[in-house]
Structure formats: structure tokens, C-alpha cells
Design a protein around this ligand. Structure first.
Ligand SMILES: Nc1ncnc2c1ncn2[C@@H]1O[C@H](COP(=O)(O)OP(=O)(O)OP(=O)(O)O)[C@@H](O)[C@H]1O
Ligand SMILES: [Mg+2]
Length: 716
């Protein structure tokens, strides 16, 4: 390790020197340094950056991340607060890989979230985070982040997943061959060759293993060789050989001049040796931050030498995990204690005491001083302002690729549209047989009304079944969006376009079946109006559900809310209560006009009845024209064209899609602010209550009153 360390230091010095020279040259030319000139790029990175370097010149694109006195407090539901991270100071430099280690719940993910600017809304951060000596927002692409959970599209194969991602982000003018080479290279780097053509898998499709999924998630982020990469437990679920290779790849990436920070659980000794720096956390406090290779010495000096034959990282975690006290107590009662090693420094001390000793030892150690000095130094040097990172592809490329990807997913996922198509056909055949040849008898008047109301009420309602798939889509979108893969608009457009052929297929097939079985008003234009009206209604429901999915990404809650909204709209559609009888305030104005069922029914009633003549109750009585029924029975305004009703429906599609766009923006910007505000208010309220309780405590008041006269006279 020492040798490697020395090599690294030399390399770094050489890199630094070359960079300094290049910077000078760059300044002389009135420009900063070309990226391609930076040494030690891997072949893959070279492929990626050559193109960029040829067209534009950038400054030193490496990322130096430093954090000082970083404290994170979370507001709990009760209004109490919990300090999750306490005064952490550390840094991560280009060319190095830093391991974040600690027991479960020690705050590893929270530290990564804080650094990546992705803290939950109820978490408050204090302290400083600096990127190249400046405050920066690291979300939406400035840093790549592989989170603890894998949100991938289940129907795509591993290769497809990575290639779509490449097309979404690589520059448009990069030749396809090079893109393909980059994808294949990444697949090999992540050891995914054997499962490259296997689907990822979802609820009904068995796909790749959990460890392979993890590697795909990492592959997606390392694909673009990010300058700053955060990984939350990249090796969880991997066997030790795969964990080693994945970590080695990350180390290779770091050696390219990138900055890598990864949290990790129980690494093997081989994996541990790949790390340059180690950040050990326990209960949100720093136990150790320094060279990984010097951690053993630190623990030995603190009085906890690593017993021979024990993996150093296991030893560190054993020293700082309070749960080991319980493990020891359990073991004491069992036979296993007989075999306990006598050279274990933890034998005569509880873990809590060990942690306390380590905390204080670290606070007074050279490691802590060096870290603080280094952070101060990094804060003083104002480096390059890094651009937002993320995608280099054009908006058009992103929209086209996303549309294709979404279309492929929809066509392969049986649950997305195919199942709905089957159900729609079954239900419309049922409707068709119940209202078969509905005719123009007196009883047919109400039958036609009921039939239309059922189709535009309940049949469109069935579109709610797609909600679970929307939620999956939204999860993938959120991961990619936060990593800056593409924008909200490209997503909304692609989602709208890719769904269109399926919705047309479903509504035209089932609509045609229904129309001809029931024998609604004959004539091509009447048929066209009917199916277009059905298509528009189903698309409106779809858009409404997407808008709901953007703010409530939980499928049970989303379905309940979606069903509730549609139930209310159906009530005011003009069938269950006639339009003129709907109470005017609120229900008629504005609710019935907001309801898409209302417009669909108004249009369809006209489409079906205008021009038809119906039998009267008695054969002797004169026949009833459709127009009369429309006005007097269904209370429809016949002066308004049915095409206007249809246009309103299409207008609603646009409005709901815009709403979908706005909802995503709101949930990105406004919702966290509101949640944070509520959490802050709750905490303040709780504090005020606690203060009041202190003042009101009788014993305390007594103490204050009694104690006052005893104050020495010279005290103020
Ligand atoms: N937004 C939050 N609201 C409430 N509690 C939180 C929040 N964020 C973190 N915590 C708490 O902070 C502690 C640290 O959580 P964190 O997820 O960072 O742990 P971790 O070290 O990543 O654990 P693991 O190894 O199990 O992933 C936990 O006790 C968790 O419950
Ligand atoms: Mg975690």
C-alpha cells in the first residue's frame, strides 16, 4: 500500500506539474486547458473526451470537494429533532477513491445525500460544502450519484439499458460506432458480458440478479466518466470477486482524475486495499478520516490494535458498532465464548467506551489537524466553476431516444397496455351484447343514454389500471433527472408520444366493436366522432393519472386519489343528475365544466341522437325526434356543435399534460421548500413548548427564586 501510495503521490505531482504548465500555456493563449491534454485518461475516457476536446477548451475539470463542520439535523414527525451528522470535516480529491464506512444507521447515506445536495425535505444542513473552493449545487447532473436502490426499466436488456442511456447523454455528433464501443467497454468493465442480453426484470418477468442490477446502475453512471461520483453501497449484493472488480473499476475511474466517494459495508481485505482514503462514521460522528492504509496504525495507537488474522475493516467496524455489545452478551452465554480470542482489544471494554475513546483520540490526532488544514487550504483556492455536467445530447436527441425507449418498454410490458387492451375488448363485447342493436324504440332512448354514460364513465375509468406502470416510469425518471440525464420537457413529450399509438389502438379497436355491435347512429362521421371522443377521454384520464403520479409516486394512494377525482367528475357529467338540476354553485359552475365526462357525454349524445327519430310510448302518438329528446330529456344545449365538445376534450389533454409538466417542476422546487418550512415550524413550536414547560415547572421556579438572593453582591 505504501508503495502504491508513494506511486500515487508521484503520479499526482506529475499530473499537477503538467496541469500547471498547461494552465500557463492556456493563459498565455487567453484560454484554459484542453481536456485531452490531461494525462492518464483510460482508453474509454479518451474516446469520450476526444470529441469534446476537439471543439471546446475547458479549464481544469477535476473536482475538489471539501466539507467543514457539516451537521445534519432531521425533524421527526413529533416535532423533535435528531442530529444525524455532527460536525463532519473532510475532503475528497481528484484521483482518489474515498470509502465511507460505519455501522448501519451511522449516517453514510445521509452524508452522501448532503454532499450531493439531495437531503430529504425534513433534514437541515449547516456547515460548508465547497466544490473547487466555491459553494455549488451538486444536484441535476453536477455530480453523478448511484443511490442505494436500483430503479431501472424492467423490460429492457442490460445492453439496451446502457445504450439508451448513452444515446441520451453522449454528444449527437459522436459516431454511433464510438457510442457502441463505449457501451460495450462499460459492459465489460462492469463484468456484465454474460447477462448483457438478459432483461432487467420486473414483477412478472424474472431478470438479472440483484448484484447484476447493482452493476447496471453503476455502469449507467460511470458511462459518462463523471468528474465527481457518489456511490451508496455499490458492492452490496455482490460476491467478493465481483465486489473487487467493481471497486477496481471505480479506482480506475478515480485514477483518470475523477473524484469518487463510496459508502461500503464490510469490504473484504482485497477491496479495502483499493481505497485511498477512509471516512469512518459512528452515530454520525467522525471516528477516523485519513489514508486508508494508516487506519490500522491509528486504531493501534488508540489502544485497539487489529488482531492478527482479522480483516482490518472488520476490526474497525467491530470497534465502532454498538450492536457488538449485544453480540458479545449473547455469545457469552453460549459455548462459543470458549473460543474467543484472547488478543481481542475489545474483550475488556464495551463498544460504547471504545467509540468514546476513539472519538476523543481522533479529535486530538494529527489526522484531524491535517484534514482541517487541508480543507482550509482547499477553501482558499478558488478553482474552475464546473459546468452543470449531465447530458451532452441535444434536446431533440433526448426526446427521440426517450420516446423510443418508452415505446419499447410499453410494447414489452404486458401490464402497461396489452392487458388493458384485452380488458377493454372484453368489456366492450359485454356492452355490445347487452345493448345489441339498440334500435329506435321508445325504451332505446334511455338505453342509448345509459350506454354512452357507461362507456365514457366507467370504460375510461379503467385507464386507471396503468397507474402502477406510471409510478415505475416516474421512479426511473426521478433517478435520471436528478443525475441530469435529461430535462422534464423531453420526458413529458416522450411519454405523450410513446403512449399515443397504444391508446389509439385500444380505443379504436374497442370503440369500433362497441359502435357496430350496439349500432349507434350510422354514418362514418358519427363513427369517427365516437372513437375520437373515446380516444380523447381515455387520454385525458391517462394524463390526469400521470399528473397524480408526479406528485404521489405511490401506486395505492395514487389509485385512490385518481378514482376519487374521477368519481366526482362522473357525478357531474349530466347523466346521474341532469345538467339543469345539478346545484349551481360549485357543482355546476365550475365542477361540471371541469369534468371531461360532461363534455364527452354532451358531444356523444348529440352525435348519437341528432337526426334519429324514436317511437313514442304509444304507437298512435307521433314519433319523437332526437333533437327534442336532447333538449327536453337530456337537457343538452343543441346550439353548441358536438365538435366543439370534442375540441374541449382535446384541449383538456393539452392542459393536463401541461399540468403534468408543472407538477414535476412544483414537486422539484416548491414541495421540498414547503415540507422544509412545515418541519421547521414544527421544530420551533416544539422548542417553544419545551421552554414554556421549563418556566412553568414549580420546583424550577422555586429554585430560581431561592437561588437569587444567594448570588454574591459583586455579581451582576
Ligand atoms: N430524513 C430523515 N428523517 C428521519 N430520520 C432520518 C432521515 N435521514 C436519516 N435519518 C436517520 O438518520 C440515521 C442515519 O441514516 P442513514 O440512512 O444515513 O444511515 P446509513 O449509515 O446509510 O445506514 P445503512 O448502512 O443501513 O444504509 C438513521 O437512524 C435514520 O433513521
Ligand atoms: Mg445507507
Amino acid at each position: 500500500m505504501n508503495k502504491a501510495g508513494a506511486g500515487t503521490a508521484k503520479e499526482a505531482a506529475a499530473v499537477g506539474q503538467v496541469k500547471a504548465e498547461l494552465e500557463d500555456a492556456g493563459k498565455a493563449a487567453g484560454r484554459a486547458v484542453a481536456v485531452a491534454a490531461a494525462p492518464a485518461l483510460s482508453p474509454l475516457s479518451e474516446t469520450l473526451w476526444r470529441e469534446k476536446a476537439a471543439v471546446e477548451f475547458l479549464g481544469d475539470v477535476s473536482a475538489r470537494l471539501a466539507w467543514r463542520d457539516l451537521t445534519v439535523t432531521v425533524a421527526l414527525g413529533s416535532g423533535d429533532t435528531q442530529t444525524v451528522l455532527e460536525a463532519l470535516t473532510g475532503y475528497a480529491e481528484p484521483g482518489t477513491i474515498t470509502a465511507l464506512m460505519g455501522p448501519s444507521g451511522s449516517g453514510k447515506s445521509t452524508l452522501l445525500d448532503a454532499l450531493a445536495g439531495r437531503l430529504a425535505a425534513n433534514a437541515f444542513l449547516s456547515g460548508t460544502i465547497l466544490l473547487n473552493g466555491r459553494k455549488a449545487n451538486l444536484s441535476f447532473g453536477a455530480a453523478a450519484y448511484v443511490t442505494q436502490d436500483d430503479n431501472l426499466i424492467g423490460t429492457l436488456t442490460v445492453r439496451e439499458t446502457i445504450s439508451y442511456s448513452a444515446r441520451l447523454r453522449l454528444p449527437d455528433n459522436m459516431p454511433m460506432d464510438e457510442k457502441r464501443a463505449l457501451v460495450e467497454g462499460t459492459i465489460v468493465e462492469m463484468g456484465l458480458q454474460d447477462c448483457a442480453d438478459t432483461v432487467i426484470g420486473n414483477w412478472h418477468l424474472r431478470g438479472v440478479s440483484g448484484g447484476e442490477k447493482r452493476r447496471v446502475s453503476i455502469a449507467l453512471e460511470i458511462l459518462m466518466r463523471p468528474r465527481l461520483l457518489f456511490l451508496d453501497e455499490p458492492t452490496s449484493g455482490l460476491d467478493s470477486a465481483s465486489a473487487f472488480f467493481v471497486t477496481q473499476t471505480l479506482r480506475g475511474l478515480a485514477r483518470d482524475g475523477r473524484t469518487v466517494i463510496a459508502s461500503i459495508h464490510q469490504p473484504s481485505s482485497e477491496v479495502f486495499e483499493l481505497f485511498d482514503r477512509l471516512y469512518l462514521l459512528s452515530g454520525g460522528k467522525t471516528v477516523y478520516f485519513g489514508q486508508a492504509s494508516e487506519a490500522c496504525e491509528f486504531f493501534a495507537q488508540a489502544g485497539f490494535p487489529c488482531p492478527p488474522l482479522r480483516n482490518p475493516s472488520d476490526h474497525f467496524l467491530r470497534c465502532i458498532n454498538r450492536d457488538f455489545d449485544k453480540v458479545k452478551a449473547t455469545l457469552k452465554g453460549s459455548m462459543k465464548m470458549r473460543f474467543e480470542r484472547s488478543d481481542d482489544p475489545l474483550e475488556h471494554i464495551t463498544t460504547s467506551d471504545a467509540i468514546r475513546r476513539l472519538f476523543s483520540y481522533y479529535q486530538h490526532s494529527q489526522h484531524y489537524l491535517t484534514a482541517r488544514q487541508k480543507v482550509d487550504e482547499m477553501a482558499r483556492v478558488k478553482g474552475t466553476v464546473l459546468d452543470a455536467g449531465g447530458s451532452q445530447a441535444s434536446f431533440g436527441m433526448q426526446a427521440v431516444t426517450l420516446t423510443k425507449r418508452s415505446f419499447v418498454n410499453m410494447s414489452r410490458d404486458f401490464g402497461y397496455y396489452w392487458l388493458r387492451l384485452v380488458i377493454y375488448i372484453v368489456v366492450t363485447v359485454c356492452i355490445g351484447s347487452i345493448y345489441l342493436n339498440v334500435g329506435t324504440k321508445y325504451n332505446s332512448i334511455l338505453a342509448r343514454g345509459a350506454c354512452a354514460s357507461f362507456i365514457f364513465g366507467f370504460v375510461t375509468f379503467m385507464s386507471i389500471g396503468g397507474f402502477p406502470s406510471f409510478v415505475e416510469d416516474m421512479k426511473v425518471f426521478q433517478r435520471e433527472r436528478l443525475n441530469g440525464h435529461y430535462g422534464v420537457l423531453a420526458f413529458v413529450i416522450s411519454n405523450t408520444l410513446s403512449a399515443m399509438p397504444f391508446l389509439i389502438l385500444i380505443t379504436f379497436l374497442s370503440g369500433t366493436l362497441c359502435y357496430f355491435m350496439v349500432r349507434l347512429h350510422p354514418g362514418f362521421m358519427h363513427y369517427l366522432f365516437f372513437v375520437l371522443c373515446l380516444y380523447a377521454s381515455v387520454t385525458v384520464v391517462e394524463s390526469l393519472m400521470m399528473a397524480i403520479a408526479s406528485i404521489i409516486p405511490n401506486f395505492l394512494m395514487g389509485i385512490i386519489i385518481g378514482a376519487g377525482i374521477q368519481g366526482i367528475f362522473m357525478l357531474v357529467s349530466g347523466y346521474f343528475r341532469l345538467p339543469h338540476d345539478i346545484p349551481k354553485p360549485f357543482w355546476r359552475y365550475p365542477m361540471s365544466y371541469i369534468s371531461f365526462h360532461y363534455w364527452a357525454l354532451q358531444g356523444q349524445y348529440q352525435n348519437d341522437l341528432v337526426g334519429l327519430v324514436f317511437d313514442n310510448q304509444d304507437e298512435e302518438l307521433p314519433k319523437i325526434p332526437g333533437e327534442y329528446i336532447l333538449e327536453n330529456v337530456f337537457q343538452i344545449d343543441v346550439s353548441r356543435s358536438k365538435w366543439l365538445d370534442l375540441s374541449v376534450l382535446f384541449g383538456m389533454i393539452v392542459i393536463y399534460r401541461l399540468l403534468f409538466f408543472a407538477m414535476i417542476k412544483v414537486s422539484e422546487d416548491v414541495t421540498p421548500w414547503v415540507r422544509g418550512y412545515i418541519a421547521r415550524r414544527r421544530v420551533q413550536h416544539r422548542r417553544r413548548e419545551a421552554e414554556l414547560a421549563m418556566v412553568r415547572t414549580p420546583s424550577l421556579r422555586g429554585y430560581v427564586v431561592d437561588a437569587a438572593p444567594e448570588l454574591p453582591a459583586d455579581r451582576p
